[in-house]
Each structure stands twice: as C-alpha cells, then as structure tokens.
Design a protein around this ligand. Structure first.
Ligand code: GLC
Ligand code: CA
Length: 548
C-alpha cells in the first residue's frame, strides 16, 4: 500500500546551488553558513521546501556531483554541524529539506573506488563496473556525456571501468548486493538525520546491459556514440522500487527523480502511483537545451501531454530552470527590451500550472545568461566538451564559443545577485565563477523595495498558490486561441475558476472575445508596472490571470 502524501501538492521548492548562493567567509565559494544566514530570503519569498544541490565531500570535478564521502560534508562548504544548524533553521521556518542523492556514480576518489581499482581480488572489486579490453581497446563504442569514451583503463586491474559522466565519476555497480546495502543504509542514515526528501540524480541508468553491445547511434565528432540501450531498463525500475520499499515508503520521504525519458509514457513509468517509484520526476531529455526546438506551441503540447497522461494517478514537477540549463528568461523569454515582463510571464505561466513549482536560485529576480570572454573562463566540463565537439566538427572558434556560451550550464551557476556591488554581494573575496556584470541592474536589494519587480511577482504567485486550492489542485484545460503564440487556459477547483492568457511573443495578439466571457477581477498581470491589463489585445509578453 502506498501512503497518500498529499502534502507534496502544497510544496513550492526552491533549489540552491550552494557553491553560488552566498559565501560567508570570503573564500569566494558559497557555503552552508552562508545559506543559513540567508534563510530569511526563502521565508520572505514564501517557499516551503529547499532542494540543496550536493554538499557532500567531493573533489569537485562536477561541482559535488562526484561524491567521495556520502556521510560527510564538503570541506569548502563547512561541517556536519553546519548542516545540522541549517536543518534546524529550515525546520523552524517550516521549510522541508530535500537532499540531492547521487548514486548512479561516485567520485573516483571515494574509498570504495580506490579499493575496487586496487585489485580484482579486493572485497570491493565488484562495487564498480569493470570489463576486460576487447582486441586491446575499450569494451564498446559508448560515449561519455562529458566527451570521449565512457571507458577508462586501469593498469592495476588490466581492465576498463565504465563512467557515463566524467572519468572522475565511475558508475556504481547496482548488480552488486553489498553495494546496494551500503547505499540504502546511507539513505536511511540521512532520513534519520531529518531529511524530508531526495532529488535523485541521473537515476535512469542504474542497470546496465551486461554484454554492453555497441551503440547504433551515429558517432559524435570525437568518434564515440551515446548509448542506445542504457536509460530506463526494467532492472533500473526494480532498483528504484527497492529504494521505495526500503526507504521512501516506510519513512514517508518525498522523492523527485531526475529521469531520462524520451516519451511521456516512459516518464510516467517512474511516477504513476501504482509503480511505487517516485512522487514526481524531472525529465532530462536531449536536447536539454531547447535552443532550436522550443516554441510556445511545443511548450503547450508538452504540458498537455504530461498532464493528460496521468491526471489522477501521479504528480508533476514544474520547472523551467535548474543548474543544468541556461537562464529561463534568456532561453524562453527576452533578456533585452522585454526582460521584466517576460520574466514575469514565465513565472506566471509556471506557477499557475498543476504540479509542484520549482524556483531555481536567482530566477526570482530574473537573472540572465552570462557571456564570459573565452572558453577558459568556463568551469563546466560539459561546456568545454561541447566547444571541443564543435571545433572537431569544423566550426570556427568564434562560432563554437558563441554556441557553447548559449548552452552553457555556467549561465545558471554564476553567483546569486544579492545587491548592485561589484561581486553582487555574494562574497567579499574573489568569486569562484565570474559574477554577471548586470548585477548593477538586476539584484535582490533593488527588487525588494520595488512593488512591481520580478521578485514581488514571485512572492505574489507563491502566496496565491498557498491561499487556495485552484492552482495546486485544479483541473487544467487549454483553450483554442487561434494563435500559437497566445496560450489560453482554464483552471478550476471546487467552484473556483481562473482564466489565464499568455502572449509568448514580441507582437501584440488579441484574445478572441468569446474566450473573455465571464472574465472578472484580474488576479495578477505581467504589466502591473504599467497599471495592469487593459486589453483586449495583449502586449508583448503580457500575461494575465482573471477570476471567473
Ligand atoms: C545530473 C546533474 C548534473 C550532473 C549529472 C551527473 O544530470 O543534474 O549537474 O552533472 O547528473 O551527476
Ligand atoms: Ca565560503
């Protein structure tokens, strides 16, 4: 029996990327005491859950997504006592705490890996995935997500190990029962410490095909091909159900799976109630960065597809941004002339959909992409890989850089812009990654005192969602507006109805008169600075919510 976890429907989750949130000691790196000192920001915004990107011990090849000690805290971030204080601070404020759980792989500096690679006879020999060379080279043609082969040779064992991400992130061998026991024990240990939930990283790849057949996908410019039979294998679902049976369900913890699922059907396989896997899922589907493929029409059809696939039997995570994507206002809105109204439109769109909204740090003040001067200024390994692939495919360095820049995960990782000073109030030292120079114009301090700022729009939306059930629990129906750039929808719940329109473009669009029938009080508008909705035409990036 799955227990009904109705409270998850009332969450508004704020994601913190600790390295870039707030630095308390001037070393240029965000840390746990820094987060603790800024918890009032979360309270003022109104969120009631915090997802912390990894804070475990890590050599930081992939900023904490390479863990070398699952029950330890990264030195740069502080101590376990700091974590305890943060947990207590969250509890006092009614903020649930969600930890990132990275168990597809560890760091190559984890003691398990050091033992495993030392010899085939080590007791931890099977904790990772080892294969003999085939004709003197890698066991198959698979590419790693961060470039090059997914296999790395270790002379001590005369074997290759498998790493789907960087070579400093060897994949754990879930087929090994002792390894599974260690991981499940570690998860329960964190739950004992008071964790309310897990965001489960890269979870679709746990089970591997034992024979590792070559991929039939076309090779990338470096000659290797992304695997074609790795994500979502039945064995992976079985491992997730084991986690659910032994940790999630008995302890009542919230779970958000980051899943690679190319179709809605595959996505719902992780979250439909009877599957007994996760509460909600964050899809990670290439192209993650939809620069060439995104359109308002596609957004609408994606939302409808996922909504109608499980209206009563499962739940949705709603997000535009996270630490793996460019900034939403730059990607889907307009970070120039219509910066403010388009940032508000995206917020209003997301927070009025069914599902749990996620707010990624800085999104609440409309932070934008950054344009760092050269490829060396980028820290993200996947940006460097993308750049190399473009160069290998014959692009000029300038063009390769400008494309890699648009896609870079570092866009989301530049430090939080607290105020208009040089380092955005993030640190008194030298920030680990350049602060966006637009912190002079875009920062929390100026937006807190401005009633019409992007920040105040988020506060209002979050308060609205808490006030009544229609946003969190209402039904969803899209309206036929006759224009792809104009999205119209209706939400209704227990006698309350909202009528919502969004103009996702730089042109004016008129709302068909018939659709405006019954429209009453305006609940929120992206043009509040200009006095709100005047209609019937919607101005560029105008968004309006009426009560019926
Ligand atoms: C997930 C994380 C990403 C990380 C990868 C490997 O996709 O969100 O940041 O690089 O997993 O752990
Ligand atoms: Ca610090």
């Amino acid at each position: 029996m799955v227990t009904e976890k109705d409270w998850i429907k009332d969450l508004i989750i704020y994601q913190i990327y600790p390295r870039s949130f707030y630095d308390s000691n001037g070393d240029g790196i965000g840390d746990l005491p820094g987060i603790l000192s800024k918890l009032d920001h979360l309270t003022e915004l109104g969120v009631n859950a915090l997802w912390l990107s990894p804070v475990y011990r890590s050599p930081n090849d992939d900023n904490g997504y390479d863990i070398s000690g699952y029950q330890e805290i990264m030195e740069e971030f502080g101590t376990m006592e700091d974590w305890d204080r943060l947990r207590d601070g969250c509890k006092e404020r009614g903020i649930r705490i969600i930890m990132d759980l990275v168990v597809n792989h560890s760091s190559d500096e984890h003691p398990w890996f050091i033992a495993s690679k030392s010899s085939r006879d080590d007791p931890k020999s099977d904790y990772y995935i080892w294969r003999d060379p085939v004709d003197g080279h890698e066991p198959n043609n698979w590419a790693s997500c961060f470039g090059g082969s997914a296999w790395e040779f270790v002379p001590e064992r005369g074997q290759y190990y498998f790493h789907y991400f960087s070579k400093k992130q060897p994949d754990l061998n879930w087929a090994c029962p002792e390894l599974r026991e260690e991981i499940l024990g570690m998860m329960n240990w964190w739950v004992d410490k008071g964790v309310d939930g897990f965001r489960v990283d890269a979870i679709s790849y746990l089970d591997k095909p034992q024979d590792f057949p070559d991929s039939r996908l076309p090779p990338r410019p470096d000659g290797y091909s992304f695997p074609d039979c790795l994500a979502g294998r039945p064995g992976t679902h079985a491992y997730i159900r084991e986690m659910n049976r032994r940790v999630f369900a008995p302890r009542g913890v919230l779970t958000v799976g980051e899943v690679s699922a190319p179709t809605v059907e595959e996505l719902t396989n992780y979250v439909r109630t009877e599957r007994e896997e996760f509460d909600m899922a964050i899809p990670f589907v290439p192209p993650v960065v939809e620069i060439d493929t995104w359109s308002p029409e596609k957004l609408k059809s994606d939302v409808w597809e996922s909504y109608s696939a499980m209206p009563r039997d499962g739940w949705w995570a709603r997000f535009f941004s996270n630490h793996d994507k460019p900034r939403q206002v730059s990607l889907y809105g307009d970070d120039g002339e219509y910066w403010e109204v388009s940032a508000k439109l995206l917020a209003i769109f997301l927070h009025t959909l069914p599902g749990t909204p996620f707010v990624y740090q800085g999104e609440e003040i409309g932070m934008t992409n950054v344009y760092l001067p050269s490829i060396e200024d980028y820290d993200d390994p996947s940006t460097r890989d993308q750049y190399n692939q473009y160069i290998l495919s014959g692009m000029e360095p300038e063009a390769a850089l400008s494309r890699a820049r648009l896609e870079s995960r570092d866009n989301a990782r530049t430090p939080m812009q607290w105020d208009g000073s040089e380092n955005g109030g993030f640190t008194t030292g030298r920030p680990w990654l350049g602060v966006n120079p637009n912190t002079a114009e875009i920062n929390l301090e100026s937006q807190r005192s401005d009633p019409h700022s992007v920040y105040q729009c988020y506060r209002k939306l979050i308060a609205l969602r808490k006030e009544s059930g229609v946003l969190s629990r209402g039904d969803l129906k899209f309206l036929e507006t006759g224009c792809g750039e104009l999205i119209g929808l209706i939400r209704s719940y227990e006698g309350e109805t909202l009528l919502i329109f969004h103009n996702f473009s730089r042109q004016e669009h008129s709302i068909p008169a018939a659709l405006l029938e019954g429209a009453g009080e305006v609940v929120i508008s992206s043009y509040d600075r200009e006095g709100g909705y005047i209609g019937p035409d919607l101005r560029p990036y105008e968004s309006v919510v009426f009560r019926i």
